[in-house]
Design a protein around this ligand. Structure first.
Ligand code: 3PG
Length: 218
């Protein structure tokens, strides 16, 4: 089973994907893999999401498939049963956190405030989704959290784009970003798998430029 650092380091960008027609699920996942992105967060926002998740888990072995938009313990159970290898939530409640911890699956709980980061830290988790990243304050906000709480790694998601991703990825407390831009609704509906592959290639090619560390000890 993958651990959370495998999830965080699988790709610079975790595609956040919403699929209406489960027949599209496997070709979308294959196009992402062909473009160099070996991970997919499938949102539980459509009736057929669990079927899509299951088909990807069964038919695309080259991808790490997880469930996103996990709001309740029951959804977490259903996603795990369908083959999810990791779980992501937009926010977190004590009940959801406690339940997902008992499933022993890598989990990125959503946080947007310092208090929420501290509450999740108390449970022992040190990897979190920062959501909604843009509206909540973007890279300067994450940089500020990193001063008192450097031990948490974030996957900022929500309002992140190919253009804004490098600024997040340059931060020492950001391992990857998430975004829905790799799988535009029009490309999925038109079954334009070539377009999705191109968008994945662009994302996979993102360079990460971290500022050189200053070593106070000399
Ligand atoms: C999510 O659930 O993480 C967001 O819907 C993705 O946000 P984006 O559409 O702004 O990339």
């Amino acid at each position: 089973m993958a651990d959370v650092s495998t999830i965080l380091n699988a790709s610079r960008v975790i595609p956040v994907v919403t699929i209406d027609n489960p027949e599209h699920a496997v070709p979308v996942a294959q196009a992402l893999v062909e473009g160099g992105v070996g991970i997919i967060e499938l949102t539980l926002r459509t009736e057929s999401a669990l079927k899509s998740l299951q088909w990807i888990a069964e038919e695309v072995p080259g991808i790490l498939v997880g469930a996103g938009t996990v709001l309740t313990p029951a959804q977490a159970d259903h996603a795990a049963a369908a083959g999810a290898q990791f779980l992501v939530s937009p926010g977190v409640t004590p009940a959801l956190l406690q339940h997902v911890l008992s499933l022993n699956l890598p989990f990125l709980p959503g946080v947007a405030t310092v208090g929420e980061v501290m509450a999740v830290l108390e449970s022992g988790l040190t990897a979190m989704k920062f959501f909604p990243a843009g509206p909540a304050g973007g890279p300067p906000y994450l940089a500020a959290i990193g001063a008192p709480i450097p031990q948490v790694q974030f996957c900022p998601t929500g309002g992140v784009s190919l253009a804004s991703a490098p600024e997040y990825l340059a931060l020492p407390n950001v391992s990857c970003v998430g975004g829905s831009w790799l799988t535009p609704k029009t490309a999925v509906e038109d079954q334009d798998w070539g377009r999705i592959k191109e968008l994945a290639q662009e994302a996979a090619g993102l360079a990460v430029e971290r500022p050189a560390r200053t070593d106070a000890s000399g």
